[in-house]
Design a protein. Structure first.
Length: 464
């Protein structure tokens, strides 16, 4: 009998694969990180085959023993990966056959690499989601602790990067706690949807072997088997959903990073970043650059690119599996690694962050932050229509600007030149501390509110 080539699938072919094609077709360079998941899935599959009397108990024992040996070899960097064997599945199966002989050839009964790889990716991604969710929780905890330490520290609240109204530093940081809480919710939803077992769908149509997919799903902690074999092997929407959730996480982290960059700049000097997360200049010895924050600010571009890469791969594929889908792994793996490193780095920066209260107050006093309070006073106390109150307040601000003073430093006589009915109690309205303490509406920045919000945040986000 003429031997065509050494591939596991080589019986159909009369000549060997071109070397260039072997390298182009291979995914072992990056999918080898799935080896633990591939072995976990194979052990569960073999146990099911034995339970259903498709393979013998003796074969099962040999398969499990061989797979455990392979896991040890890979973990200890003793395994020789081969490009010729294309992917992690065939590398492991080929080595299993070398170790245990013909029994190893029975492992692939009633499955395909199509349902095998989908299962491996889901197993891997499930673990990653769990880890990233824990990382987000840890970052939330640091933000909450920092908020509690500075629940009443006054700082400018901005719109258009112009001073708007006074807020507290604790209130500002809690905004990101809320954002990260929604991010965690998206990851939880994503994990729930992906937690269906593809294995047993075979190439696309299921199998005629009397398999028990529910048994394998239980063994691998999936909620259930997938309902449709074609869908199970042909879609990667779960990966796209994770990458979309990661994109939103990266947006939130990038916004916080941008604020850290602005706040730590010489012009603002609101915070001092820890030296362990900054770097120096090769030519300017005085510099301390916020490189960690700048890198976090840049990473969304990479994560967005990964997302759009996979969406583009999938958008026009007919049912069911196409080799195009091999392009799912690198963007997915890179996204998970990148977002995890961003979260951990941000946590390190926030943990050792030191605010500068004097600079925050100086910026507040220069920005007329109680102008809105003045307008509200004119409406409630003097019954002036809001649009007129808005106009009068603008004139008071212009007066303060000409005098180069804050609103709270104006005298009642000066204000009465614009608003004749103004009373002495108006001066209390112009005080920054008074403005903040009155923001008691639900979700507002008053220090007492912030303390209550911190208590609720601990209950909502930090309980096990």
């Amino acid at each position: 009998m003429k031997k065509s080539n050494s591939k596991i699938w080589g019986g159909r072919f009369s000549i060997s694969t071109d070397q260039i094609m072997e390298e182009f077709n291979s995914s072992i360079q990056f999918d080898k990180i799935l080896y633990i998941e591939d072995i976990e899935g194979s052990i569960a599959h073999s146990e099911m085959l034995s339970k259903q009397n498709i393979i013998s108990k003796n074969d099962l024992g040999l398969i499990k023993s061989g797979l455990k040996q392979i896991k040890s070899e890979i973990s200890n960097n003793e395994f020789n990966f081969s490009v010729k064997l294309e992917d992690i599945h065939m590398n492991i199966e080929n080595r299993l056959i070398e170790i245990i002989g013909d029994a190893g050839k029975k492992l692939h009964t009633a499955r395909s690499r199509n349902d095998q790889v989908a299962t491996d990716i889901k197993l891997w991604l499930r673990k990653k989601i769990d880890q990233i969710e824990l990382n987000l929780k840890s970052l939330q905890q640091i933000l909450i602790e920092k908020s509690e330490a500075y629940y009443d520290l006054l700082m400018p609240g901005y719109t258009h990067l112009q001073v708007g109204q006074p807020v507290t530093f604790g209130h500002h940081l809690l905004a990101y706690v809320e954002m990260l809480g929604r991010d965690r919710g998206r990851l939880t939803d994503c994990r729930k949807r992906l937690n269906e077992l593809p294995l047993g769908s075979a190439a696309l149509a299921g199998t005629s072997y009397p398999i028990d997919r529910h048994f394998v799903a239980q063994k691998l902690n999936f909620s259930k088997p997938t309902e449709n074999s074609m869908d199970a092997v042909s879609d990667r929407d779960f990966a796209i959903e994770f990458m979309s959730a990661s994109s939103l996480i990266s947006i939130h982290l990038s916004r916080l990073a941008e604020e850290l960059i602005i706040w730590s700049s010489d012009s603002f000097n609101f915070v001092k970043l820890p030296e362990s997360y900054t770097t120096g200049s090769s030519i300017m010895p005085q510099k301390r650059n916020p490189d960690a924050a700048e890198l976090i600010r840049a990473k969304p571009g990479r994560i967005f690119g990964n997302l759009f890469s996979l969406m583009t791969v999938l958008k026009g594929l007919p049912m069911t599996y196409g080799k195009d889908m091999q392009e799912d792994k690198e963007p997915l793996f890179d996204t998970a690694k990148t977002i995890e490193s961003c979260i951990i780095t941000m946590e390190g920066m926030i943990k050792s962050l030191e605010p500068n209260p004097d600079k925050m107050m100086e910026a507040l006093q220069n920005g007329y932050p109680t102008a809105t309070d003045l307008a509200d006073y004119l409406v409630t106390e003097l019954k002036i229509p809001f649009r007129d109150a808005h106009h009068f307040t603008g004139q008071v601000v212009l007066l303060a600007e000409k005098k180069k003073s804050g609103l709270e430093k104006l005298t009642i006589e000066e204000i009465q030149t614009i608003i004749p009915k103004a009373k002495m109690n108006l001066l209390d309205v112009l005080k920054i501390e008074s403005s903040v303490s009155k923001r008691t509406s639900y979700g507002g920045t008053a220090p007492d509110n912030v303390l209550q919000a911190i208590k609720k945040a601990k209950e909502r986000f930090l309980k096990d």
